[in-house]
Design a protein around this ligand. Structure first.
Ligand SMILES: Nc1ncnc2c1ncn2[C@@H]1O[C@H](COP(=O)(O)OP(=O)(O)OP(=O)(O)O)[C@@H](O)[C@H]1O
Length: 266
């Protein structure tokens, strides 16, 4: 669908207005292909809004936003982009397998391909033993994993996951992070994951740190720690927030501050 060297997502001057508020303010960034990129920042900074813009469900988007070489929301992107919202979107009166089978048929997979894709997605999210339980009888975390399995059907090139690990126990969180890396390393998928848990940032190849509708930094976890002289990504984030508040220009390689657009300092 696109040149492999092109980033999976490219934004320039991306602005989103919700109600009377400018929620995203002139963002400029790229998301590299085949890597796990974390979108991190405090509650309300605009992570979900950005993800909605990328998958094409957000209104009042201006500026440039290209996804897999096409304008975000292009109909041809529907089967190439998997999206998991914060609230699990599954039919509670169907079993996990029936949910997956239904969504696989919507994707137009043949019966044989459906069986293969459904079994693989159930295995990926470790739900084989609950495949025939009604989704309504599953725990919140298990329903979330059914939603994730739905997004994996059809092997999308880009997976956009809005806080997929919230409320999960440490073992499941670790297993899901291993899955995200397998998807990138073995299947070449691009994975964009939002979280406000900074320790998850350490597990990403790259990070987009957000604050108040702007990108505060775009770097690797190592790059962020080194450039700020911090021991952890959380410490680096706090350092960058303090620097932004002080109006300082001490940043990593990119940055769009909330109020003042500044040039990339690569
Ligand atoms: N329908 C709306 N009208 C006006 N403002 C909105 C609307 N929906 C969200 N917002 C505002 O947009 C901002 C960004 O919201 P968003 O849900 O993108 O944040 P977030 O970083 O994903 O937060 P969280 O981590 O809590 O999910 C928030 O300040 C929120 O109050």
């Amino acid at each position: 669908m696109m040149n492999k060297l092109e980033p999976a997502v490219r934004a320039d001057g991306l602005t989103v207005v919700r109600g009377s508020r400018t929620v995203l303010n002139g963002l400029e960034f790229t998301v590299p292909r085949g890597q796990v990129t974390g979108l991190l920042g405090p509650s309300g900074c605009g992570k979900s809004t950005l993800m909605r813009a990328i998958v094409g469900t957000q209104a009042h988007v201006t500026g440039t936003l290209d996804v897999l070489g096409r304008a975000a929301g292009h109909p041809r992107l529907r089967s190439a982009v998997g999206y998991v919202t914060q609230a699990p979107s599954v039919y509670t009166d169907l079993t996990a397998r029936q949910n997956l089978d239904y969504y696989a048929s919507v994707l137009g997979l043949t019966r044989a391909a459906r069986r293969e894709h459904v079994n693989r997605a159930l295995t990926d999210v470790d739900l084989v033993s609950h495949a025939d339980s009604l989704a309504g009888n599953l725990s919140g975390g298990q329903r979330g994993r059914v939603s994730l399995a739905v997004a994996l059907l059809g092997e999308p090139e880009l997976l956009v996951l809005d806080e997929p690990t919230v409320g999960l126990d440490p073992v499941l969180r670790r297993d899901l992070w291993q899955l995200f890396h397998r998807l990138a390393d073995e299947r070449g998928a691009t994975v964009l994951i939002s979280s406000h848990v900074m320790d998850e940032a350490e597990r990403c190849h790259r990070l987009l740190l957000m604050r108040e509708g702007g990108i505060l930094a775009d770097d690797t976890p190592d790059g962020l720690r080194e450039s700020t002289g911090s021991a952890t990504v959380e410490e680096a984030f706090l350092h960058l927030v303090d620097a932004a508040n002080a109006g300082s220009d001490h940043r990593t390689n990119v940055v769009t501050l909330p109020d003042t657009r500044q040039e990339q300092a690569k």
